[in-house]
Design a protein around this ligand. Structure first.
Ligand code: HPA
Length: 279
């Protein structure tokens, strides 16, 4: 079997397993939780948990702070699927675990993918533990998960990214933030490959390029999702100022600690947003 045939088989099988676990629930929204934001999964009612290990082709996770499980149930009365943990491109160049995850969601009827991540701020006005609505992105990963043979059953070879971060659905997230009185910045997210944090010179470059926050995720997920016709929205939880913009030393432990501080607002925002996104 070729890699792409195996992938196709994995999506089919994982879709069947997930559909059986959903037992008639039909979530149209899936939420991928970023580093330190896993607490949202505890808000899910009537939860059914499926470990990634039971879904063929799903990522096998290695980084601390990321556990691999899918939780389906109700968030604020709305059927959702929450994904705890994903594979980053600093862990592997293999795009298939992410592709399997996103395309399996589509296979079970998901229409909107809500991405979240921990990110470094490039603007003095966007502070630590605050939230930023992702309005656009810059792919500086040095790769695109969709290179190589294209499977037309998922999506077309070439596709536009003009409205990749859905403006109408994003407006609903802004409305939810206003309703909850949660400050929500707006900005462009630039993905570096990692695993090193950036140098101060790289941060200055990203600022000149028009980015407002930097991280190591979400861009591949967005590309795979847009390719197969899912709508995408996203929120960054700011865990630190970009390198050189403060005296702080960047560490993963620090990222998780500060993500936890922003997590309460994040959870409240997503809970308030899902009924609007579903309507
Ligand atoms: N850079 C890259 N990724 C990150 C950062 C950062 O400053 N903070 C959290 N994830």
């Amino acid at each position: 079997m070729t890699e792409s045939q195996l992938h196709l088989a994995n999506v089919k099988r994982s879709g069947e397993i997930l559909a059986a676990a959903l037992a008639g629930r039909a979530p149209k929204i899936a939420i991928i939780l970023g580093s330190g934001l896993g607490g949202l999964a505890d808000r899910i009612e009537r939860a059914v948990t499926v470990p990634y290990a039971e879904l063929p082709g799903f990522p096998v996770l290695t980084v601390m702070g990321h556990t691999g499980a899918l939780v389906a149930g109700l968030l604020n009365g709305v059927p959702v699927i929450v994904l705890k943990g994903r594979k980053h491109f600093y862990e592997t160049d293999d795009p298939y675990p992410l592709k399997t995850m996103v395309r399996t969601l589509r296979a079970v009827g998901v229409e909107t993918l809500f991405l979240s991540n921990a990110a470094g701020s490039l603007r003095a006005s966007i502070g630590v533990s605050q939230l930023m609505l992702i309005t656009d992105h810059i792919n500086f990963l040095g790769l695109n998960p969709l290179t190589g043979a294209n499977d037309e059953s998922f999506g077309p070879r070439f596709f536009g990214m003009s409205d990749a971060w859905d403006p109408q659905l994003s407006a609903k997230i802004s409305a939810a933030a206003a309703q909850e009185k949660i400050p929500l910045h707006r900005g462009v997210y630039l993905a570096f490959r990692g695993p090193s944090f950036e140098t101060p010179a790289e941060i200055r470059m990203a600022q000149i390029w028009g980015a407002d926050a930097v991280g190591m995720s979400s861009v591949p997920e967005c590309l795979i999702a847009r390719h197969c016709g899912l709508k995408v929205v996203g929120v960054s939880c700011i865990t630190n100022m970009g390198a050189g913009l403060s005296d702080e030393q960047l560490t993963h432990a620090h990222t998780l600690e500060n993500a936890a501080k922003g997590a309460a607002d994040f959870e409240r925002l997503v809970s308030a947003a899902v009924p609007l996104l579903a309507s």
